[in-house]
Write a protein that binds this ligand. Structure first.
Ligand code: UDP
Length: 248
């Protein structure tokens, strides 16, 4: 397979950027590092200034993922469902950090949450979010879907459909989709382009299954790219395939 995609992908007008919490700290660290957040904010503001409307679904994996507690369910540990709510709260903390970083660059932005947190975020209402986007505000979406046992990938697919985004840009720590984990297998093959069926058939685990099925059902393309490479986001919103594109 060639190293680049021939897929004709047109310049999007409205994007859903899915940021993993891991993009908020250096590799192999946890928590929120404002240097990392500021770097992402700079890229987001740069593309917002080109007129592209941006909704950001915030992950929380730099702080906590509920599934970590699956095996430890028991009297002396946190219940998995509780941990999922903690994960959703983590996304609100990340969202607040990103909001400050974006606003510090003079770019209007709003934070909305699917979990009630009215002292710090407005409630998520799709019509309201669309109004903000139309007014050129970066819309940060936290709290996931508001329900436990799924991840923010599901929230990304759900919000992208509700907000009529043209594409999901999923920022990850690797270049895109590979046949195996490239951090563990040096022979892993990189895929610049895949159909939904190919990704499913090969069990490539691009995102959680529910999220993937939603995108496939609505023919919503997903682009997976490396957030650590400066300029990738700009190139993606200019209509270039960076990383891997998955489409019908
Ligand atoms: N989460 C949840 N429901 C949602 C979204 C997220 O329960 O709709 C919880 C889940 O435990 C998840 C955690 O919040 O692991 C943090 O989100 P995620 O793992 O998606 O963060 P990322 O991997 O993108 O950093």
């Amino acid at each position: 397979m060639s190293e680049s995609s021939s897929f004709q992908y047109s310049k999007p007008k409205r994007i859903l950027l899915k940021l993993t919490g891991e993009s908020f700290c250096p590799a192999n660290q946890r928590g929120i590092c404002m240097d990392s957040v500021n770097r992402l904010a700079e890229q987001i503001v740069k593309i917002a200034k080109t007129g592209v409307q941006i909704a950001v679904v915030m992950g929380g994996g730099n702080i906590l993922r509920g599934a970590q507690f699956k095996a430890t369910n028991g009297a002396n540990s946190i219940k998995e469902r509780t941990a999922h709510y903690m994960g959703m709260l983590a996304t609100i903390m990340n969202g607040l950090a990103l909001l400050d970083a974006i606003e510090a660059l003079g770019q209007p932005a709003r934070l909305a949450s699917a979990v009630e947190a009215d002292k710090v975020a407005e409630p998520y209402v799709s019509r309201r979010a669309i109004r903000h986007l139309e007014k050129g505000r970066v819309m940060i979406l936290a709290g996931g879907t508001g329900s436990p046992f799924v991840t923010t990938d599901t929230a990304a697919a759900q919000r992208a459909l509700e907000l009529e985004c043209d594409v999901i840009l999923k920022a990850t720590k690797v270049r895109g989709v590979y046949s195996a984990d490239p951090e563990k297998d040096p022979d892993a093959q990189f895929y610049p382009e895949l159909t939904f069926d190919e990704a499913l058939g090969q069990k490539l685990g691009v995102m959680d299954f529910q999220a993937f099925a939603k995108c496939q059902g609505h023919n919503l393309p997903i682009m997976i790219f490396n957030f650590r490479e400066d300029g990738n986001l700009e190139r993606a919103v200019a209509g270039e395939v960076v990383g891997t594109i998955i489409h019908d």
